[in-house]
Design a protein around this ligand. Structure first.
Ligand SMILES: [Zn+2]
Length: 398
């Protein structure tokens, strides 16, 4: 599949694009930190041929190809995997639900205070010591499934200089929802997406929108806060946590939207204790969440507490993996400062992350299940780079 689909803009290349992408895919899966490290690996005779093919790319070839990789073909691979996972029932639910929910988030993949010759850098002014400096950076928006594992990445889009994250997010959503109108039921978004034009446009795709409500959206927030004082909360206690929950129904305060917006609130108090110098010290943490829920006409009403679960699923690091991706997969590391290369590398990284997650979820037997993902990556390296034929995953040592 890879060989026929992937292409780049090189003229008569001696190393096929598929070998470059497979090489990078393998490099990401086993956690290589730079193209040079990976290129050096590929120079060793007899290593990686089984995975990459007989024509292995050098670091320069990988860089040259990444700059010219056709991004839409990579994107189609992300989509194909997402479709296949659904059709083949690969997903596992983290809580009971029949909806398919995705979160839209921003991530930063590059920042430097040194000016480079890159026309796609975004800029911001920062205070450094007692002066202002300009920082150059790259930021992307990522659409990723939540509430299920594997948390498949559905699409990625880079912010262009001068545009807002909401503009890039809208471009991504138009593309994904235009191609896959029935894949999702709901999208959860950060507070700055709570803008009337954005919401109006998205409602045309027939999805539930769940958007964090913060004080910046002053009138709606104040109105919701006031209502909570007159409506009794539903109180649930789980262990040392107490949740007070309100479903406030439709509020009409947000006049620019021209329609009602449902607001739900969850105040979560948790008491944690730990021993310090022989004494037991208690600490209370309070999280106060407001979500706006905007549902298209004719779509059924979603249970309020389920909406809170969707909202929380955005922060479920364990399954979404941003933390793991940053710590162990070099997500915020720039392999090459070129806009096309960065987006291509990011998509290959997500492909590697998703597919290895699925592979480990489905194939780990016996003692392998007890291995940390970093240790498994090392084993995967033996598998991808070595001469080993057959599979050692299905026959774990006792
Ligand atoms: Zn740049």
């Amino acid at each position: 599949m890879l060989g026929t689909q992937l292409k780049d803009g090189r003229k008569s290349p001696s190393v096929p694009t598929a070998s470059v992408v497979l090489g990078l895919f393998g490099g990401f899966a086993v956690r290589f930190g730079s193209l040079n490290q990976l290129g050096a690996q590929f120079k060793i005779p007899g290593r990686w041929e089984r995975w990459v093919g007989s024509r292995k790319p050098s670091a320069d070839t990988m860089a040259y190809s990444l700059d010219r990789l056709y991004l839409n073909l990579l994107r189609r691979l992300l989509w194909t995997i997402a479709m296949l996972c659904k059709r083949k029932k690969v997903f596992r639910r983290l809580f009971p639900d029949i909806h398919w929910v995705a979160a839209l988030d921003g991530i930063e993949t590059y920042k430097s205070q040194k000016k480079d010759n890159c026309p796609h850098c975004l800029t911001r002014r920062l205070v450094s010591g007692d002066e202002y400096v300009t920082e150059y950076y790259h930021r992307d928006v990522v659409l990723q499934l939540v509430g299920v594992t594997p948390a498949v990445v559905l699409d990625v889009e880079a912010l262009r200089p001068g545009e807002t994250e909401a503009a890039a997010g809208l471009r991504l959503l138009r593309r994904f929802l235009g191609r896959h109108p029935r894949y999702l039921d709901a999208i959860t978004l950060d507070a700055f997406y709570l803008q009337a034009p954005f919401v109006k446009e998205l409602l045309r795709y027939g999805l539930h929108l769940v958007i964090v409500l913060k004080q910046e959206n002053r009138e709606l927030y104040q109105d919701a806060l006031g209502l909570c004082e007159s409506i009794p909360a539903k109180i649930t206690k789980v262990g040392t946590e107490e949740i007070r929950f309100w479903d406030l129904g439709e509020l009409r305060t947000w006049s620019q939207l021209g329609r009602g917006v449902r607001v739900v609130r969850s105040v979560e108090k948790e008491l944690t204790g730990k021993r310090k110098n022989g004494d037991f010290v208690f600490k209370q943490t309070v999280r106060d969440w407001f979500w706006c829920v905007i549902s298209p006409e004719g779509r059924g009403r979603v249970d309020g507490e389920l909406i809170a679960k969707w909202g929380h699923a955005r922060w479920d690091e364990e399954t979404r993996g941003f933390c793991e991706l940053t710590q162990h997969w070099h997500l915020d590391h720039c392999y090459r400062h070129n806009a096309n290369a960065m987006l291509a590398a990011l998509m290959i990284l997500f492909l590697a992350f998703t597919l290895t997650t699925i592979f480990f979820q489905r194939n780990l037997k016996g003692i392998w299940k007890k291995f940390a993902r970093v240790a498994l990556a090392r084993l995967l390296m033996d598998d991808l780079a070595g001469h080993y034929y057959g599979s050692f995953w299905s026959t774990a040592p006792a």
